[in-house]
Design a protein around this ligand. Structure first.
Ligand SMILES: NC(=O)c1ccc[n+]([C@@H]2O[C@H](COP(=O)([O-])OP(=O)(O)OC[C@H]3O[C@@H](n4cnc5c(N)ncnc54)[C@H](OP(=O)(O)O)[C@@H]3O)[C@@H](O)[C@H]2O)c1
Length: 333
């Protein structure tokens, strides 16, 4: 007996921006057979052409607006700098395109609110590209927590920091490009805490603004009902452990460095210690794309794994932390 397979039509992607992460993202799409990149847009024609050439993309545009006008696109990946996510996501939504927007979702909660309102008003899919949540290790972590493997979650400790090269990673030091440790790197520990503990009741932060006017290292403590807490650290001039630990009433889970892209985790309970390996394919940026495809095919405008209200709350938490360390971005002045 032969089994007939019905082939889903490809999801036709458009890419806004041709920088570092856009290249990694498109490289990883080789792991999603039903994803096809059909268009790319850059501020510069030469960049769009180069990107299209390197990845075999059919249509390339000078200017992001031109890609908004392309009606042969099913989903757009916004890969521009954080201060541009609001503008570039709104433009694509207004053109009727579902959007996957890079992390951090926005510079502040006001921007996030406008992006979410636009998507909801138009009944269009929108999601923050918080790719870690879709990695096999993070999926395993969620199922361990859901089945009570470590009892009730009591604490999350997570840190992400390294000595960034000022030439290679210049944007991390530039306020106008959304630089600083807290929102660019700190969004990962903050999103992990949100996934494990929910929305915090109290937020306190300490951080040092460097000569460029962005925070070079920051620490945030989040408080939750019944004494639960999260301690989060981020740095761009200091090497941190880059690991994460989720501690429960009956055990703990450790995600080793770099926790946001870990290929394994260690579960510790009274029964002992077990390492569980879940290696990623490629860079691992494509697992989130599979989620976008699932949502689009099921007619869902939001992911239940990375809901919009939660992306918004994570940004609001970072806003409160920034207020404590005095970090204001140029577009907010
Ligand atoms: N998921 C991850 O693992 C990951 C890793 C790194 C970064 N990110 C996030 O991805 C976003 C982009 O980071 P990236 O490392 O790809 O940065 P990047 O290499 O500097 O690229 C950013 C892109 O933004 C566009 N852009 C528009 N206006 C610009 C301006 N005035 N100056 C510079 N670029 C401008 C450019 O695209 P065109 O020149 O083509 O117009 C540029 O290529 C950030 O939100 C970052 O946090 C995510």
């Amino acid at each position: 007996m032969s089994i007939e397979r019905t082939q889903e039509p490809s999801v036709r992607w458009g890419v806004v921006g041709t920088g570092h992460i856009a290249r990694k993202f498109v490289s990883d799409l080789e792991h999603v057979p039903d994803a096809e990149v059909v268009a790319v847009a850059s501020r510069f024609e030469v960049s769009a052409r180069g990107f299209a050439h390197d990845f075999g993309v059919e249509r390339c545009y000078e200017g992001y607006e031109a890609l908004a006008d392309d009606d042969g696109i099913d989903a757009v990946y916004v890969s521009t700098l954080a201060p541009l996510h609001h503008r570039d996501t709104l433009a694509q939504l207004r053109a009727g395109h579902p959007v996957l927007c890079e992390k951090p979702f926005a510079i502040n909660a006001t921007e996030a609110d406008e992006m979410i309102a636009e998507a909801r008003a138009r009944d269009l899919f929108l999601m923050e590209a918080m790719w870690s949540r879709f990695l096999p290790t993070w999926v395993l972590l969620r199922s361990l927590l859901a089945e009570g493997a470590i009892g009730e979650v009591r604490a999350v400790d997570a840190e992400f920091g390294f000595v960034a090269d000022r030439d290679l990673s210049a944007r991390l030091f530039e306020p106008e490009k959304g630089g600083g440790a807290l929102i660019d790197l700190g969004v990962y520990p903050c999103s992990l805490a949100s996934m494990c503990l929910g929305q915090p009741a109290t937020i306190s932060a300490t951080g040092t603004l460097g000569p460029d006017g962005v925070d070079e290292q920051s620490a945030v403590t989040l408080g939750y009902p019944e004494g639960r807490f999260a301690t989060l650290k981020a740095a761009i001039t200091t090497e941190l452990s880059n690991s994460a630990r989720i501690t429960g009433s009956e055990g703990s889970v450790k995600l080793p460095a770099f926790f946001h892209q870990a290929d394994a985790l260690t579960l510790r309970t009274s029964d002992g210690r077990a390492q569980m390996d879940r290696p990623r394919l490629g860079n691992g940026l494509h697992y989130q794309v599979e989620e976008v495809h699932r949502c689009l095919r099921e007619g869902r405008t939001e992911s239940t794994v990375m809901p919009l209200d939660e992306s918004r709350e994570v940004i609001a938490t970072l806003d409160a932390a920034r207020a404590e360390i005095g970090l204001v971005y140029p577009t907010e002045r």
